[in-house]
Design a binder for this molecule. Structure first.
Ligand code: AMP
Length: 480
């Protein structure tokens, strides 16, 4: 049963499925709009242009640019050409870009003006995103659901980023799953402020929109821009917003100063990092509903979500998507199987073997807990485990307690090297304006709620937590 459901969700190829005739689809950005026919003919012409440069089916094309409609045109052109898109974070500096280009060896690099200069310094001549080559449409590429579609690099918070190879079926199962669990229809307008190079913005935001036949508006994230799109008085008014917790934090701060009625918005989705329960409650109050928190990982897909209709639980990520199995392995590691789970790492068979259990489940490296109602909660990452005086401490458990204290606006817990303890539980705190932060009081507060070995030995006050483009705290930068 589950195998046939997976096969159905994975069926087809992106070149055929994303821009099928008969769907409305409009993508907007500022004053520009592209409808489905324009998206399709652009993709066909760019595919022709790329073939004209000698690109063959299965070759890699790197895309190094900020979000824009041109980005989407280039990406769809790559898919229509039957090539494999190498997704590059536009925030990469030269050394990071060099690693990705050396590792993925693309036949062609497409870069916007800002990034072209970086690529040129690395000795590569890019094709300008703004001047994509165009030519007559080539035949549809002879691909199957198992053909690679893109390489997405892991965020590399520990060690160098690894390329996760996602196939056509992975993306189709991902997008179709999202339509199902979030009741996404052609009437929806997504306010899209997530990076397109990441699974959240690409596999959900872009592919979901194209598969649903709905619309999306690309905006650079600011609370004012998002609220403005969600409160327009025309048919382009947003019905959905997807974000990461740090975006919701800023949105709530802004809404407190600029109250706005968002009660007509159909859905808010949050993920990529834990949504603190206090922020969940603030969102419920200021947005008119709590966001649906979902969980995922580049290699395994975005595959667990709170229910659309049922109760949304703070601190829990919910139930598996259709066709997905979730279970806990050794040390309560979250294991995933499903049509969304990747094939393996690019040119790294050793890492690929280590990433799977003998019975084919992907090892996420996250620690979870499954409640009696079947919902999953994420307790932290195995690699973030702090071993202090021989005891194991998961930072998230400590953060959840400290986040409740009125003097704390945000907190990240990490292990600092210590002669006495091996690692010392340390809390990095961004103080709130509501109450003064006294180190001894915060430690005492922790002792009221946690076993002594889990409590911070030290509190370090910081102005802000270092976060990556997806709002994840970069703990390695804290413990430096
Ligand atoms: P990425 O591959 O960049 O999407 O990062 C995946 C990682 O983000 C997961 O392995 C989790 O550690 C974390 N993550 C994603 N969603 C959530 C969530 N809702 N709660 C807690 N952690 C999350």
């Amino acid at each position: 049963m589950i195998d046939s459901l997976r096969a159905t969700l994975r069926a087809g190829t992106l070149a055929e499925e994303l821009l099928k005739p008969g769907r409305e689809v409009v993508l907007r950005s500022g004053d520009r709009k592209l409808d489905r026919d324009e998206l399709r003919s652009n993709a066909e012409q760019v595919a022709g242009g790329l073939h004209g440069l000698g690109l063959r089916v299965g070759d890699r094309v790197a895309l190094y640019a900020a979000n824009s409609l041109d980005w989407v045109t280039a990406y769809l052109g790559i898919q229509r050409a039957g090539a494999v898109a190498v997704m590059m974070n536009p925030d990469y500096h030269a050394a990071e870009a060099e690693h990705i280009l050396q590792d993925s060896e693309p036949a062609i690099v497409i870069a916007d003006r800002t990034r072209a200069a970086i690529v040129e310094k690395l000795g590569v001549r890019p094709i300008g995103l703004e001047e994509l080559p165009r030519s007559a449409k080539p035949p549809l590429p002879p691909l199957t659901p198992e053909s690679p579609a893109a390489i997405l690099y892991t965020s590399g918070t520990t060690g160098r980023p690894k390329g996760a190879v996602l196939d056509q079926g992975n993306f189709l199962a991902q997008g179709r799953g999202a339509l199902d669990v979030w009741r996404w229809t052609s009437k929806d307008v997504l306010v899209h402020a997530l990076p397109l190079f990441h699974l959240h913005g690409l596999g959900m935001g872009l592919h979901g929109t194209l598969l649903s036949g709905g619309s999306a508006t690309l905006v650079p994230f600011t609370p004012a821009a998002v609220v403005s799109e969600l409160t327009r008085d025309d048919s382009d008014r947003g019905t959905m917003f997807f974000g990461v917790p740090s975006m919701y934090q800023r949105l709530c701060d802004w809404l407190e100063a600029n109250p706005s009625d968002l009660s007509h918005v159909r859905l808010f989705v949050c993920g990529s990092a834990p949504l603190p329960p206090a922020l969940f409650a603030r969102c419920e109050h200021l947005l008119g509903q709590p966001p649906v928190e979902r969980y995922g990982i580049t290699e395994g897909g975005i595959v667990v979500t709170n229910p659309y209709d049922g109760p949304r639980q703070a601190g829990r990520v919910g139930y598996a998507f259709p066709g997905v199995e979730v279970r806990l392995g050794d040390l309560d590691e979250v294991l995933l199987k499903g049509g969304q789970v990747f094939q393996g790492y690019w040119r790294n068979p050793q890492a690929t073997v280590e990433a799977f259990t003998p019975d084919g489940f992907f090892r996420t490296g996250d620690v979870g807990e499954i409640a009696e109602d079947g919902t999953l909660a994420i307790r932290g990452r195995l690699k973030e485990l702090i071993i202090t005086g021989g005891f194991n401490v998961y930072p998230r458990e400590v953060e959840l307690v400290l986040e409740v204290h009125p003097a704390v606006q945000e907190v990240a817990v990490a292990g600092m090297p210590s002669d006495k303890w091996g690692e010392e539980v340390t809390a990095f705190v961004v103080p709130s304006t509501a109450a003064p932060l006294v180190e001894s009081e915060l430690i005492e507060f922790a002792h009221e709620h946690l076993a002594a070995y889990k409590c911070p030995k030290r509190v370090v006050i910081v102005e802000a937590l270092p976060r990556n483009a997806m709002g994840k705290v970069q703990r390695s930068l804290l413990v430096k």
